[in-house]
Design a binder for this molecule. Structure first.
Ligand code: NAD
Length: 491
C-alpha cells in the first residue's frame, strides 16, 4: 500500500496548496511505496510565515535556556527510541543498508543531546571600553528563520548537523528535504512535536528543488540558509543568499584522496581505502574516491583492493548480510554509469567492476569499480561520481603526493596512511582539506568541526563553535552617569 505524507506547517499535517504529489520509489523493489507533496511557492510562504510567527511567539522566544535544553534532550531521546522507524524510512527512500542507517540514527540522537548541553552556555561579555561613564556588553541572539536544504543520502543525520545548533540557539526553521528522500524527515518532524517544541518552530515542505528551492532561499523573511548538496545547486543557493545579504553555510561535494605510502600498515590501509569508497555504494560526500598510492606498492595494493571489492555483497538493504544496497535513484545510477564510460574513454583501465547489476527485485546496482592508470588531468580524477568508483593515481615522492592530493578544486576529506609519525603530521598540514584522517577514514563527531575547503563548501558543522553560526552579536552601550554631554557645546 502506498503511504501518503503531508508537509508539516505550524504543527499540522498540511496537504500541498496545489494538491499535487510526487512518487517515492523504493530503489530495492523499484515500487512506489509513498507519495510526498509536490509543493509550490505558496506552501513555502505558509511555512515561512509560521516559522516567523513562532520565532516571535513567547512560547519559544520567551522560553528559558534551561527549558530549551530539556526539549533538546527529549528530542534526542525520541530519536533514539524511534531509531528503527527512522532507519526504515531511509532504507526505503535511498536504499542504504538498514544496519548503516540504524547506526546513523543512534548517533543523530547524540547531536540533539550535545547541542542541548550548549543552550544554557550562550553568554555575552562585559567589555572594558575607553569611555568613562559607559557600560558596554554583548547579547548573543538567534538569527530568525533558517532555511535548511538537505540531500538524499543521509537526510535525518545531515539535518541534525544544522537543526541541532539552530534550535539550541533559539531559531526556527523551514526544512526542504530532497525530493528523492523526504519521508524520514517528515517522520522525524513528528518527534519534534512530540518532544514539546511549540508549533511552527520546525516546518517541513517537500517538493522539487527547482520548483520550491528558489522560493525558499529568496524569501525576504529568511535569516540564513544552511545547505548540503551538490556544487551546482549550492552555487544557486549561495547567490540567492548573497542577493539578500544573508549568511549561508554550504556542505558540498568532494573528490577526497586516500594517500597510501609504502611504509603504511597495508592491511589497515586496504580496509580504510575499500570502506572509504565502497561503503554506502560511494554515495557519501566524504567518499575516498581517489587512491594516491606509492609506486613501490601500486600493483600489490591494487590487487588486494580489487580482491576486497569483488567480495562486497550487494543485495537487499534490509538483509544484515548485505554490504551495499542499490543505487539510491535512477538519475544517480545513470550518472555513475556515464562517469565509468567516460573514464574508459579517457584511457583509464577498469581493473575491476565497471558493470551494472540488476537486483533480485529489480533494483539497480553498480559493481565496486577500480580505475587504474588515471592521471590528474582526467575528468574522472576531478569530478565527483557519488558512486562506487575509485580512481587510482600513483606517486613516487611525498612532494608528488601533496601536489596530487591538492590537484582538484575540492577539499572535503583526506586519508593518510603511513607509519612515519613525522610524515603524518607534515601531510596533515599540507593537504588542503576540511578533515584529515591519519591511519583511519570517515571519522566524524558532533563534538568536532566538519566542512570543506574550496568547492567543498563554506563554513563548518559540528563542535561548540557551530552554535555561533546560528547567533548574532548585539553590542549594548549604557550611559551610567545620567548626564548627556551637549552635542554642540557652543550652542
Ligand atoms: P542536490 O544539490 O541535487 O540537492 C540537494 C538539495 O538541494 C535537494 O533538497 C534539492 O531539492 C535542493 N535544490 C536543488 N536545486 C535547488 C535550488 N536551485 N535552490 C534550492 N534548493 C535546491 O544534491 P543531492 O543529489 O541531493 O546530494 C548529493 C550531493 O550532496 C553530492 O554532491 C554530495 O557530495 C553532497 N553532499 C555533501 C555533504 C557534506 O556534508 N559536505 C553531505 C552529503 C551530501
Amino acid at each position: 500500500m502506498t503511504a501518503r505524507y503531508e508537509n508539516l506547517i505550524d504543527g499540522h499535517d498540511c496537504p500541498p496548496a496545489q494538491g499535487a504529489y510526487l512518487d517515492s520509489e523504493n530503489p530495492w523493489t523499484t515500487q512506489v511505496w509513498a507519495q510526498i507533496p509536490r509543493s509550490t511557492p505558496e506552501d513555502i510562504d505558509r511555512a515561512v510565515a509560521a516559522a516567523s510567527a513562532a520565532f516571535r511567539n513567547a512560547a519559544w522566544a520567551g522560553i528559558s535556556a534551561t527549558k530549551r535544553a530539556a526539549l533538546m534532550r527529549r528530542l534526542g531521546d525520541l530519536v533514539e527510541a524511534n531509531a528503527k522507524e527512522l532507519a526504515l524510512a531511509e532504507v526505503r527512500d535511498n536504499g542504504k543498508t538498514y544496519t548503516e542507517m540504524l547506526r546513523q540514527m543512534l548517533n543523530t540522537a547524540e547531536w540533539y543531546r550535545y547541542y542541548g548541553g550548549l543552550c544554557d552556555k550562550i553568554e555575552g561579555r562585559v567589555i572594558p571600553v575607553e569611555a568613562p561613564g559607559h557600560f558596554n556588553y554583548t547579547l548573543r541572539e538567534p538569527l530568525g528563520v533558517i532555511a535548511m536544504i538537505i540531500p538524499w543520502n543521509s537526510p535525518v543525520r545531515l539535518l541534525a548537523w544544522k537543526l541541532a545548533p539552530a534550535l539550541a540557539a533559539g531559531n526556527t526553521c523551514v526544512i526542504k528535504p530532497s525530493e528523492h528522500a523526504s519521508t524520514s524527515t517528515l517522520t522525524f518532524a513528528r518527534l519534534v512535536r512530540e518532544a514539546g517544541f511549540p508549533d511552527g518552530v520546525v516546518n517541513v515542505v517537500c517538493g522539487l528543488g527547482a520548483e520550491i528551492g528558489p522560493a525558499l532561499t529568496d524569501h525576504p523573511d529568511i535569516a540564513k540558509v544552511a545547505f548540503t548538496g551538490g556544487v551546482g545547486s549550492g552555487t544557486a543557493v549561495y547567490v540567492a543568499a548573497a542577493k539578500r545579504m544573508r549568511p549561508a553555510t554550504l556542505e558540498l561535494g568532494g573528490k577526497s584522496p586516500n594517500i597510501v605510502f609504502a611504509d603504511a600498515d597495508l592491511d589497515a590501509a586496504v580496509q580504510g581505502v575499500a570502506g572509504g569508497i565502497f561503503a554506502s555504494g560511494g554515495q557519501s560526500c566524504v567518499a575516498g574516491s581517489r587512491l594516491l598510492v606509492a609506486d613501490a606498492i601500486h600493483d600489490a595494493f591494487v590487487a588486494r583492493l580489487a580482491d576486497v571489492a569483488r567480495r562486497i555483497r550487494m543485495g537487499d538493504p534490509m538483509d544484515a548480510a548485505t554490504h551495499v544496497g542499490p543505487v539510491a535513484n535512477r538519475p544517480q545510477f545513470e550518472h555513475i554509469m556515464k562517469m565509468i564510460s567516460m573514464a574508459r574513454d579517457e584511457g583509464a583501465t577498469i581493473a575491476c567492476g565497471g558493470e551494472s547489476v540488476t537486483g533480485a527485485q529489480g533494483g539497480l546496482f553498480v559493481q565496486p569499480t577500480i580505475c587504474t592508470g588515471v592521471t590528474a588531468d582526467m575528468r574522472i580524477a576531478q569530478e565527483e561520481v557519488f558512486g562506487p568508483v575509485l580512481s587510482v593515481l600513483r606517486f613516487s615522492t611525498e612532494e608528488e603526493a601533496v601536489a596530487l592530493a591538492n590537484s582538484t578544486r575540492f577539499g572535503l576529506g583526506a586519508g593518510i596512511w603511513t607509519t612515519d609519525v613525522g610524515r603524518a603530521h607534515r601531510m596533515a598540514a599540507r593537504v588542503r582539506s576540511g578533515s584529515v584522517w591519519v591511519n583511519t577514514y570517515r571519522m566524524t563527531s558532533q563534538t568536532s568541526p566538519f566542512g570543506g575547503f574550496d568547492l567543498s563548501g563554506v563554513g563548518r558543522e559540528g563542535g561548540q563553535a557551530m552554535i555561533d553560526a546560528y547567533l548574532q552579536t548585539k553590542s549594548v552601550w549604557v550611559n551610567t552617569t545620567g548626564v548627556m554631554a551637549p552635542a554642540f557645546p557652543s550652542l
